[in-house]
Design a protein around this ligand. Structure first.
Ligand code: UDX
Length: 471
């Protein structure tokens, strides 16, 4: 990729670990292609995460022209920025950011000439149009999730939403092109589980997704061999100009071979699990993590705990300090489970996930199906058990289980017997079948990011388009 020092891109993610880490991966790729990057974080996210992850962030400062900048999210300091308050955060950011973006474009020393924002920042389009710069959206979710969000108004118009109670959850949805025949109500994004089709969460996701079509392009962290048919639907009906450049974690290793694993997090990485893994036999461990935001009740945790212990498999489990909702925690874990953990388990607050998934001792991943975790698992060739929590995770897990055949989807079930059986199905009974399909998809993922692959070519096209848009 040719160097052009004058191209300056502002990148603005939503302030959440999964979003920021994906955007940082993108920023690093663009920075290495000679583009000057200003990476924007909200003051709240910067104070809470970035200040404490200086190791993870220092390497970005080595990239010529790379700088971090903070901005206000417009909310009071003590506002609870929890997932249930997501619409307030999005609305507030949408009001607070356009003036800053416009200011950056008119800067006399180093004006920004292209804006890349999270797909939820629909008002950034108006700001970009007003000052005459290009804007590209980056949605950090899967193409299948994006497409289902986009189709929500059609699903409502067809009378297929709202869902009429738990007995209605297995009804098939027929109005999402490309997903007929396997998409059930329970696989729709979690915010569809409401009685009111005018629910603000539901409308927000649908509105922001539909507005993506107005940008100059849409970046997705996915690859053609994984989501080709759904990408075609989006190209034909929403955004013709899609840059599918994922999996970004694998892509980075191709473009920047000296890159090491690292990501920002709210918690200190506990590396001691790697020494524990070194002592375990090949493919004997089930790795368990529910991502950076999802919470579970103590009862649910106990069901999983018994299921894992009864499965007789070794387990490495990420139990974040805030994973259990409510105050009652560890001290109420039955003694027999704690004893079994000493024998066969390792519990950590936060682990180097990509390294864990690449470790030869790991043979399965019990995951919440956040998109980054799903892609990291695909790249590592690791079969999955999916227990989605919220948002896009419900549809990701349907694709993992039903479409890509990369694992088993146990959404909406939380029962020790099911956990025990599923772990054994994945790692013993049907091990070969799942290992084979996971291996096949891992190879396709690698092919896509290697020279000449679809994601590799799409990234080159993105870099060239940014340079063209900025000239
Ligand atoms: C959120 C949403 O929950 C998800 O549905 C959406 O796709 C993106 O935003 P999150 O819970 O953060 O995602 O999950 P995910 O997207 O999987 O990202 C988690 C990241 O944390 C992964 O990159 C993973 O490698 C990392 N991680 C997780 C660690 O580094 N260590 C851990 O111990 C656990």
């Amino acid at each position: 990729m040719e160097k052009q020092d004058h191209v300056h891109v502002a990148i603005l993610p939503l302030p959440a670990v999964g979003h920021v880490n994906s955007m940082l991966n993108l920023a690093e790729l663009l920075g290495h292609a000679g583009i000057k990057i200003t990476f924007l974080n909200t003051e709240h996210y910067y104070d809470r995460v970035i200040r404490h992850s200086s190791d993870a962030f220092s390497r970005y400062m080595q990239i010529p022209g790379f700088q971090f900048k903070t901005l206000t999210d417009g909310l009071p300091r003590d506002h609870p920025r929890t997932p249930d308050k997501f619409p307030e955060l999005v609305d507030s950011l949408n009001c607070a950011t356009p003036p800053l973006l416009k200011e950056m474009v008119s800067d006399s020393k180093s004006p920004v000439n292209c804006i890349i924002t999270d797909g939820y920042m629909s008002r950034a389009i108006d700001a970009a149009r007003e000052v005459g710069v290009s804007i590209i959206y980056f949605r950090t979710i899967s193409a299948c999730a994006f497409w289902s969000f986009h189709c929500i108004p059609d699903i409502i118009d067809a009378g297929e939403l709202p869902i009429k109670g738990t007995e209605d959850m297995d009804r098939l949805i027929t109005t999402v092109p490309g997903m007929e025949g396997f998409l059930r109500c329970r696989d729709l994004p979690s915010f569809c589980r409401v009685n009111d089709p005018m629910d603000p969460h539901l409308l927000l996701f649908a509105r922001e997704t539909r507005l993506s079509a107005h940008a100059d392009g849409l970046i997705l962290n996915t690859f053609e061999d994984l989501e080709g048919p759904i990408l075609s639907q989006i190209r034909n009906h929403s955004c013709p100009n899609i840059y599918s450049i994922g999996p970004l974690n694998a892509h980075l290793k191709v473009r920047i071979p000296e890159k090491t694993y690292s990501s920002s997090s709210l918690w200190k990485i506990d590396r001691s699990c790697m020494a524990w893994l070194d002592k375990q036999p090949k493919q004997s461990v089930i790795y368990v993590s529910f991502g950076s935001i999802a919470v579970m009740s103590r009862d649910q945790l106990i069901e999983f705990y018994y299921g894992l212990v009864h499965s007789k498999k070794n387990f490495l489990w990420v139990i974040r300090p805030d994973l259990i909702s409510g105050k009652d925690g560890e001290n109420q874990i039955p003694e027999e489970l704690l004893e079994a953990t000493k024998e066969r388990g390792c519990i950590a607050g936060w682990v180097p996930q990509e390294e864990v998934l690449a470790h030869s001792a790991v043979g399965g991943f019990l995951t919440h199906c956040g998109w980054n975790s799903t892609l990291e698992s695909i790249v590592a060739g690791m079969p999955m058990i999916c227990w989605p929590s919220f948002a896009d995770q419900q549809i990701n897990s349907r694709f993992v289980g039903e479409v890509w055949k990369l694992g088993l989807d146990i959404k909406d079930l939380c029962d020790r017997n099911i956990v025990e059986k599923t772990v054994n199905d994945l790692m013993v009974e049907r091990k070969e079948e799942f290992m084979e399909s996971a291996d096949r998809m891992a190879n396709l993922a690698k092919k896509s990011v290697n020279k000449g692959g679809s994601s590799y070519c799409n990234l080159d096209r993105l870099v060239n388009d940014i340079k063209m848009m900025s000239s």
